[in-house]
Design a protein around this ligand. Structure first.
Ligand code: NI
Length: 252
């Protein structure tokens, strides 16, 4: 049994053949998937997928790319959506200083407000942090009761250890299968085994040998096999551990 802790199977890139993809996911023994919202519309779509599929869960939230549209009304919608029994997290939220679709100050307001919401609702969070490690850490530190995962982790092993000390989890994608992934591999080795999550971030980040193609949750076992190899564990064992970790974080 495998758990893909971060997917976007609601993406329009699956509209033409979603049923076929979902069959491939099940055939790959990926029996649990967390689909993560990026705005109100996709958050609703993730909940719909969770209603239609056993073992599927949803996170609701506004991605930093959508921070410019985030208002108090948006927060109220997420509060209501979060009462659905299959909503297990607030996400994905955070900061993206690589694309900077919105100015950092606008991103920070949306991030802070959604951290407050997670605190109020006692839900874990899923953090998107791209080139914004320092500011993300500073905001996370302001909410000691909120735990979560830094997904598609791109920081140093030192940064990973900071997060571990705060009780957080670290999520790894197919990037760990790329030949130039030195930094990610160091982070995998630095994180305690009970804090590692496996994810696809599909339709992006397909692992080797599918790199560059559309990714889906059925490819997460490839990433898990690589994580296991790095930690001296079988694919099966690593699959069990990463699934247990995700269930613990998301209270499933
Ligand atoms: Ni994502």
């Amino acid at each position: 049994m495998y758990f893909d802790s971060h997917a976007h199977l609601d993406s329009h890139r699956f509209d033409a053949d979603r049923e076929e993809v979902l069959r491939a996911v099940r055939e790959a023994k990926v029996s649990r998937v967390m689909n993560v919202g990026c705005d109100v519309q996709s958050s609703r779509a993730c909940i719909a997928l969770a209603e239609e599929n056993d073992g599927f869960y949803a996170a609701v939230g506004s991605h930093p790319d959508d921070a410019g549209n985030f208002t108090e009304e948006t927060a109220n919608i997420y509060r209501e959506l979060a009462s659905h029994p299959k909503v297990k997290a607030i996400g994905e939220i955070g900061l993206d200083y690589y694309y900077k679709d919105n100015p950092p100050d606008v991103q920070k307001i949306a991030f802070l407000r959604q951290m407050e919401l997670a605190q109020e609702l006692r839900l874990p969070v899923i953090i998107h942090d791209r080139d914004a490690h320092g500011d993300c850490l500073e905001i996370v530190r302001q909410f000691p009761s909120v735990k979560g995962v830094f997904h598609c982790f791109s920081g140093s092993s030192e940064f990973a250890q900071e997060l571990i000390k705060l009780g957080w989890y670290v999520g790894f994608t197919g990037v760990v299968t790329f030949p130039n992934a030195r930094k990610a591999l160091e982070a995998v080795k630095a994180v305690p085994i009970d804090r590692i999550l496996a994810e696809t971030d599909c339709p992006y980040m397909a692992p080797v040998p599918h790199r560059g193609q559309r990714c889906h949750s059925g490819l997460v076992p490839i990433t898990i096999a690589r994580l296991g190899e790095l930690r001296g564990l079988s694919q099966e064992e690593m699959g069990r551990i990463t699934a247990e970790n995700a269930c613990r974080l998301f209270q499933i």
